[in-house]
Each structure stands twice: as structure tokens, then as C-alpha cells.
Design a protein around this ligand. Structure first.
Ligand SMILES: Cc1cc2nc3c(=O)[nH]c(=O)nc-3n(C[C@H](O)[C@H](O)[C@H](O)COP(=O)(O)OP(=O)(O)OC[C@H]3O[C@@H](n4cnc5c(N)ncnc54)[C@H](O)[C@@H]3O)c2cc1C
Length: 344
């Protein structure tokens, strides 16, 4: 394996019992700049050159390849890296943008602005913490030291500046009862935050002529990213709920999208997003809706679009970003079940 590391970037093909142990058990950092694959992986062999090979019970072929070929995924499909707060900017009184830097910012350029990430908040009193390892098989986080288990929440990759080596995440400031919101309020330059993301580009929305975007403040990061990305030809409406008039923010788009702002100072107590949506003339063809908000709102809108308005499953992406009264990690099963149960 040292030879493989010496030759990196390289494509390392392994086989046999040793290979299985290496592929599944070694920490993936060992193979930085190498792609490890099992013998039966699909590989475009026309792009690789065999440099050398050994033969024993466990055969290893070390193969050079053009690592600039972005179609070749890294060994670990997840980026999990420590970051440091650079600065904070209140976009509005309840909406805080936090800029982060770290050695692995460049890897995040290969993802899509608007996709979700996991933030890893260091346990209270612990400044230096160990990042969990993401197990690609089980897709779960593994901890070397469970006593220092950090808090994990889901947020949105809102932007990246490769020149400044910064990424940023927008936090809804909903009080200090939630560790993520509390962390955002109190964090200061130099503080640590772990960020985990899935590698690779992802479409945030399906191509259509008409868009219906509905979200509360937690969805402004993803809907903001969608608006920035939509082509000039796209038409539609975005219904966005924020705390008050002074929370409305400028969202950039080339598309012809009407933005309807609605105000709600107590989002935990319910929302009128669904009733505003029901007052709209909805498109009948070539349409796509993106809905992200509190659990009850998403459920009501999904029922309305799918059951009352006859939208097809693929015309809608709807997912609850939080559930009132329940911490994010404890509501995840309910939120996923609500989405999976979508049977029209
Ligand atoms: C895919 C995805 C992407 C997301 N992206 C973002 C993002 O970019 N920015 C963002 O701010 N949020 C985002 N969220 C929502 C965020 O994960 C939740 O709001 C999360 O609960 C915040 O964690 P916390 O530790 O502050 O509160 P938790 O510990 O999870 O909850 C504590 C209490 O606060 C309440 N609560 C949680 N969120 C809110 C809220 N927004 N308003 C009022 N009460 C609340 C809970 O119901 C609970 O009672 C996203 C969620 C998902 C699933």
C-alpha cells in the first residue's frame, strides 16, 4: 500500500481476502489521491495504463490513470472535514451567514450549491474534536470516542469562493434551544465546525417550464440556490415565509419568478404557506414544485398537490426540514416516513 501511496494519484485495483479487508476496514484517509476498487467494479480500462503488478494470494495491480477525469469517483463518496469560522454576517435579524475555511474547501467545489450537508458541532467544552468517519456501506457516522460525540444537524451548502478558500452556510436564528441555532449565535472567528457532504454534482430540480417553490426560512438557502440556477425561460412563483417584513431578502434570479413573501413570527405554531399556495393558479403542464418547510406544512402541501391537484410524484420534491417541538435528529424518521408514504 505504501507503493500505491507513493505513486498517487493512482488507480489501485485490489483483489482477494486481503483486498476485502483493506477496502472495507482501512480508514479511507490512507488512500488519499488513490481510488481503491474491488476486482468486479466497473472500470473504463481504455483510460488506464498498467504500471506494474505483484502476484501472491492477494494480487495487486497498480494502475496509473488520468486523475483529472472527474467521472472517476474518489474511494469515499463523502467529504468529512474540519472547518474554522472566518466571519459572520447577519443578512437579516433572524438569518445569519457563517463563512468557514479549511484545507479541504477545494473538494467541495465538486458538489452543487444548494445540496444539503451535515454540520458537526463540537461538544460543549471540547475545542479540538475528532471528525466522525462516514461509513460508505452503512451511510452512518462512526466515532472513535463516543464520549465526545458531537451534535449533528442538517444544513445547506450555500456558497463557495475558491480564491478566498471559503464556504458558507446560512442559519435561521430561531433561538438558543437548538444547539445549531445556539452555536450560530455564539460562534466567533476561529471556532471549529465539522462539515460532511456527499461528493459529486446533483440536480436540485427537474427541468420544466413552470416552477412552484414553497419554503419557510430554513428553505431560503436551497430555494435561493435554485433561483440562481434557473434559466431565463423559467416561469413561476416562489412563496417564502420569514419572521417579518425586515426579514425579506434579495434573491437573485434570471428567471421570471414572482416572489410572494409571507410573515410569521411564530413558525413553531403553524404557517400559512399551504393556504397561500392554494390561492394560486397552478400550472397544468411542464411543471415542477420544490417544497421545504416545517413537517405539517409539507404534509399538507404534498396532499394538496398530489391528491387534490393530481400532480405526479416526479413533478414534486417535498421534504420537511424540521418538525415543531422535536430536535432534528429525533424527527428524522417521521420526516422520512412522510416523504416515503407519498402514494398520490
Ligand atoms: C435537507 C435540509 C436542509 C436544511 N438546511 C437548512 C439551512 O440551510 N439553514 C437552516 O437554518 N436550517 C436548515 N435546515 C433545518 C435545520 O436542520 C433545522 O431547523 C434544525 O432543527 C436546526 O437545529 P437546531 O439544533 O437549531 O434545533 P433542534 O435541536 O433540531 O430543535 C430544537 C427546537 O427548535 C425547533 N426548531 C428547529 N428549527 C426551527 C426553526 N427554523 N424555527 C423555529 N423552531 C425551530 C425544533 O422544533 C425544536 O423544538 C435544513 C434541514 C434539512 C432536512
Amino acid at each position: 500500500m505504501n507503493l500505491a501511496k507513493g505513486l498517487a494519484p493512482a488507480h489501485v485495483r485490489v483483489s482477494g481476502t486481503w483486498a476485502n479487508a483493506t477496502f472495507f476496514q482501512e480508514p479511507n484517509d490512507t488512500f488519499e489521491n488513490c481510488r481503491i476498487s474491488k476486482m468486479n467494479d466497473e472500470i473504463d480500462w481504455s483510460k488506464v495504463v498498467v504500471l506494474g503488478s505483484f502476484s501472491n494470494t492477494s494480487r495487486i495491480n497498480i494502475i496509473e490513470e488520468n486523475m483529472k477525469d472527474s467521472t472517476i469517483p474518489s474511494a469515499n463518496p463523502f467529504i468529512a472535514a474540519p472547518f474554522t469560522v472566518v466571519r459572520k454576517e447577519y443578512i437579516t435579524p433572524h438569518y445569519l451567514r457563517i463563512f468557514l475555511t479549511g484545507e479541504r474547501v477545494a473538494e467541495i467545489a465538486d458538489t452543487t450549491v444548494g445540496i444539503n450537508n451535515k454540520i458537526i458541532i463540537p461538544p460543549a467544552g471540547i475545542e479540538k474534536f475528532t471528525m466522525p468517519k462516514m461509513n460508505p456501506e452503512t451511510k452512518s457516522q462512526e466515532y472513535a470516542n463516543t464520549d465526545a460525540k458531537p451534535i449533528i444537524r442538517t444544513y445547506t451548502h450555500r456558497g463557495i469562493d475558491l480564491e478566498k478558500m471559503e464556504i458558507w452556510i446560512d442559519f435561521v436564528v430561531h433561538g438558543d434551544e437548538g444547539p445549531a441555532s445556539a452555536w450560530a449565535i455564539t460562534s466567533k472567528p476561529g471556532d471549529a465546525l465539522g462539515v460532511m457532504m456527499k461528493r459529486g454534482k446533483k440536480e436540485l430540480y427537474s427541468p420544466a417550464e413552470h416552477y412552484v417553490l414553497v419554503g419557510d426560512a430554513t428553505a431560503i438557502p436551497v430555494i435561493g440556490a435554485i433561483l440562481e440556477d434557473l434559466p431565463e425561460s423559467a416561469r413561476g412563483v416562489a412563496i417564502l415565509e420569514v419572521y417579518g417584513e425586515n426579514e425579506e431578502q434579495f434573491l437573485n434570479t434570471k428567471a421570471d419568478i414572482e416572489i410572494i413573501w409571507t410573515h410569521n413570527f411564530h413558525p413553531q405554531k403553524g404557517s400559512n404557506l399551504a393556504s397561500i399556495l392554494k390561492q394560486q393558479h397552478l400550472p397544468v403542464a411542464s411543471r415542477f414544485a420544490y417544497v421545504a418547510a416545517e413537517f405539517s406544512t409539507v404534509k399538507e402541501i404534498r396532499n394538496y398537490l398530489r391528491k387534490e391537484q393530481g400532480w405526479e410524484r416526479e413533478e414534486l420534491y417535498a421534504y420537511s426540514y424540521w418538525k415543531s417541538g422535536v430536535a432534528e435528529d429525533r424527527s428524522v424518521t417521521d420526516r422520512r416516513t412522510e416523504m416515503v408514504k407519498d402514494d398520490g
